[in-house]
Structure formats: C-alpha cells, structure tokens
Ligand binder design. Structure first.
Ligand SMILES: [Zn+2]
Ligand SMILES: [Zn+2]
Length: 359
C-alpha cells in the first residue's frame, strides 16, 4: 500500500482526499457552500439580495434597509433606537456586528462583509423561526428558545399530534404525509424518552400540523415559493406550520422541479422546534436554519442529539458511546445509523493512516 502511494505527489494525494468523501458517502450531505437556485417563481424579495454582494462597512446601497429588515426578522438586528427612525441604506457599524453574528450562526468565515458565501446563505430557503438564542458551548452548536422551555408530562411522556384536514395539500396523499411524519417523529423518539402518537382530534392534540399560505393569523406570514419553508412554535405551544406554496416532495425521482423541497427534512427540523430546540450553527445538523432545494437531511446528528437529550434525557434503548469517537472527526458530525457510524470511523482511520505515511 505504501508503494502504491509512492507514485502520488502530495498535491494529488490531497486532491484524492478531498474527493474521497463524495465517493464514500454519496447519500450524505457534504458541508460546504450553500447553493442558491433560481426559478421563475422564486421568492422575489430575497432573490435581489445579490446586489448587496461585496458591500462592507461604509457602503451605501439603495435598498439595504430591506436587507436590514431581513436581519431583524431573524434575530440579528434590533429595531432602530429612535422609533421614528427606520433602517437606512448605510452599512454602519451596527449592521457589521449583525453580519458577523449571522456569519457565526451559519458557520461562515467571520468577515463582517456581505461576501458571496454570506449572500448565498441569506438567499437560501430557510426555516421561519428566528435564530436568536445563545449557543451553549464552544464545541456544541445547538441552542434553545429563551427560558429553555420543554414539554412537562412526567418521566414517560407521550405527545399526540394531529393534521388539520382542512389545511393539507393535494400533491401528496394523506397516507404518504402520515408516513413521512411517523418516520420524522420516530427519529426523535429513538433518542429521548418521548413517544408520539397520531390522533384524529386536532383540537385536543398537543402538536397541530397543517399547510398554510400567506398571512395565516399567527403573525408569521408565509412568503410563497422558497424563502421561508415552515415554522413551529416552542413548547408547549405545539403549532407546526408548513408553507403550502412550496413544491413539497417525498421522492425527488417523481418531483422534477428545481424548487422541490423535501417534506421529511423540514418535518424533522420543525419537530426539533416543537420539542424546544432552536437553531444550530452546525451545517450538518438537522437544526441548521436553511435547507437547499432538492436536498434530503433527515438523520439526527450528534449536535441535535446532545441538544435534545439535555432537555429530556436519553431514551434507555439509545447508546451513543460510539458517536463520541466521531467528535474528533473533521466535520464533527455523524449519522446515527450503525452503517454511517462505521463509515465515518473508517474514514477517520484512513485519513490518519495516509497522513502518517506522508509525514
Ligand atoms: Zn427552524
Ligand atoms: Zn404559522
């Protein structure tokens, strides 16, 4: 094996290392730059944020006040001190601090400028829940809502959920939607001592799920295709809303639209909010605020698991001792299935082996 790598120069070996994860884990989400897609019916207001690219402190770009409103909406900027004032189009020191805070939350380089990576993240479809909430620890990325609320139902907890049958979508059948949600809920219940059961009684259910469009009465209007995909409220509210205007998909082989959004990924993310998790700054985590179209991201990562277990404790049948090994891996995240655990450990061992050969 050493002889084999003797034929490779160091740059080609590094190139090989860069591409190896793609060959090994084609189904996994590769951390990296957020890709922004554009479609004819893409949400207009976020689409034209490209004109702010490369703006930095001191810049003055017409319409920047709209971008400041976006930052305010998602918890990075407070309203101007003087209530009579509105946001200006000047990139001032306050806005620079907000940009740095945003970059920190999204795991981006802390440039304080609207570089292309930051603009891409801003324009990417995302959850409507605000990103406020302190990150718990330097090595952990999850966060909670203010006051750290959780459901209180005793040690062995069962929460009920129901669908609003008058607020469903036609493109996916109800049985299919039920199956998707059953899988999403089971991901969380496998790591914490909380069970979820579906009930017919929407009025009395703990978690109330429905698809809504535009202004639907909770002060968080939806905005059409892409942009905000869904939102859910912190415990013990239980409201769980998805934007009816999205091209929701269960199987991307059947839905060809460039703007298709994976229902299961968004459902799994919003259940995290229902349980009390706020957004994580770890790109690989289910609780990361944005999700690219045509992307599936349903496996809870170590960061998600640690966050929710700190609220509810561990499911007695769950063991994550082997996951601790993956904390030392380069991306500090791993899936919870035995297969992906094994793959990640193998990957780490391979890197160490190769590095020891070239040093
Ligand atoms: Zn969210
Ligand atoms: Zn809503």
């Amino acid at each position: 094996m050493f002889r084999l790598f003797g034929y490779f120069s160091l740059p080609s070996l590094l190139l090989f290392l860069c591409f190896l994860p793609r060959f090994c884990f084609p189904a996994r989400i590769t951390p990296g730059q957020v890709t922004v897609i554009t479609t004819d019916d893409h949400n207009a207001s976020w689409h034209n944020f490209t004109r702010f690219k490369d703006a930095e402190k001191g810049s003055h770009v017409t319409g920047m006040s709209e971008l400041k409103k976006y930052f305010q909406r998602f918890g990075y900027l407070s309203v101007p001190d003087n209530q009579n004032d509105s946001f200006t189009d000047v990139f001032d020191a306050r806005f620079e601090s907000a940009v740095i805070l945003y970059q920190k939350k999204f795991g981006l380089p802390l440039t304080g400028k609207l570089d292309s990576e930051t603009i891409s993240a801003i324009m990417s479809p995302r959850c409507g829940v605000s990103d406020t909430g302190p990150t718990v620890h330097a090595t952990k990325h999850f966060s909670y809502f203010y006051g750290r609320p959780r459901w209180e139902r005793g040690s062995s907890m069962t929460l009920t959920y129901a669908f609003s049958l008058s607020n469903m979508i036609d493109s996916i059948s109800l049985p299919e939607i039920r199956t998707v949600f059953r899988r999403s809920f089971s991901r969380w219940s496998s790591v914490i001592p909380v069970n979820f059961t579906e009930t017919e009684n929407y009025g009395s259910a703990n978690i109330k799920i429905g698809f809504f469009s535009g202004d639907h009465g909770d002060g968080e209007p939806f905005d059409g295709v892409l942009g905000v995909l869904g939102h859910a409220f912190s415990p013990e509210n239980g409201r769980f809303h998805l934007d009816e205007a999205e091209t929701w998909a269960v199987d991307f082989r059947k839905v060809k639209s460039k703007a298709a959004v994976d229902l299961e990924s968004v459902a799994t993310h919003e259940i995290g909010h229902v349980l009390g998790l706020a957004h994580s700054s770890m790109k690989e985590a289910v609780m990361y605020p944005s999700l690219r179209p045509r992307t599936k991201k349903v496996d809870l990562k170590l960061d998600d698991v640690e966050g929710v277990q700190a609220l509810y404790g561990s499911n007695p049948n769950f063991s994550y001792s082997s996951l601790l090994e993956s904390e030392n891996s380069s991306n500090k995240a791993t899936g919870l299935t035995p297969r992906s655990r094994r793959s990640t450990v193998s990957w780490v061992l391979l890197v160490f082996l190769l590095l020891s050969m070239i040093t």
